[in-house]
Design a binder for this molecule. Sequence first.
Ligand code: C5P
Length: 402
Amino acid sequence: MLKGKHIILGITGGIAAYKCATLTRLLVKAGAEVQVIMTPNAKQFIQPLTLSTLSGKPVISEFFTANTGQWNSHVDLGLWADALIIAPATASTIGKMANGVADNMLVTTYLSAKAPVFVAPAMDLDMMRHPSTKRNLDLLRSYGNHIIEPAEGELASHLIGKGRMEEPENIVKVLDDYFKAGEDLQGKHVLITAGPTVEKIDPVRYISNFSSGKMGFALAEECACRGAHVTLVAGPVSLQTINAGIERVDVTTAVEMHDAVMQSLPQADAIILCAAVADYRVENVADKKIKREKDSAPVLHLAPNPDIARAVGQAKREGQVSVGFALETDNENVNAQGKLERKNLNFIVMNSLRDKNAGFQVDTNKVTIFTDKGEIIEGDCKSKRDVARDIVDVLYKYLSTK
Ligand code: C5P
């Protein structure tokens, strides 16, 4: 899939830069045209001569070529590229990319690029888990960049932990898989619900849940990257959508979410119900703040909310594919399969709160997919974006056989 592709390989100043000779070689061998851009510090770790020889192109590092005064256009480079790989990506470059600090050729090109961006971080384990690195990586994810998670193992500091740059073979595979998936959802309309719903008790209090919306937003970005037109009906979350193919409808309550979904349903080819919808709302929302009572506690009367997935299951027409989620704390498989049938879903994605690093708020997830054909597909713990890719792969199969 990499044959003829224009790849910018951005190398930054980390010891894993030595692996970029192999990475360049593998990309060239796969038929890609590789333009290496190095940050000034990267040149301390590996010679530009090595990379220009392997790529067959002079390495770019500065805005101007010193002896000729020739300007290296970051805009032209950004437009030329079919993909950018930043490997190794140091904490410093990740921070600059996240915050638009365009003080070198690489970050400037990154800001100009329209192509997908793959970032392979490499750093010491403590740098990796520092809140600023985590926040910056989250920002990059929210811009739609693909983070190739570093592996665990012995680091240059001889400490053991997460921070080793992914091996060149695997980076090439990620890229190859990306191009394989291509724009397979071109012309499809995918309707997605995400985040929690918020049900008012009085003007200052509400009933809700811990959903962050990250999984639904990752699905929206993944579908849009693959060419779909996405309608994302989102409960109150603090996430941004990046891809221009996403039309976002912000809602607060389950009833509002239901109405927005029903309005878009007729046009949708696929519906992914990822939102954590409150099952109940308060029947009589107080119009003034409820005051503490001396002798008794107030009683909230709850009314059931619409089950959006079920309504979709009943209303969906021939050819529409619906996908549900089941977040369980116990009896996982039985509960998920029950929901698959009750809600007339084509497949359901189950995650368990018993699994570490899965479910609410976190950036990773571990899911099992149950299909209406009786298949059970178990996944590993991965970033939510990677889980989104797996889910959309299954969705694509359904859409292409309908
Ligand atoms: O809450 P529950 O576990 O039943 O959720 C299973 C699936 O149903 C999820 O896909 C969820 O988004 C959807 N759902 C919904 N409307 C509800 C409750 C759940 O769309 N009121």
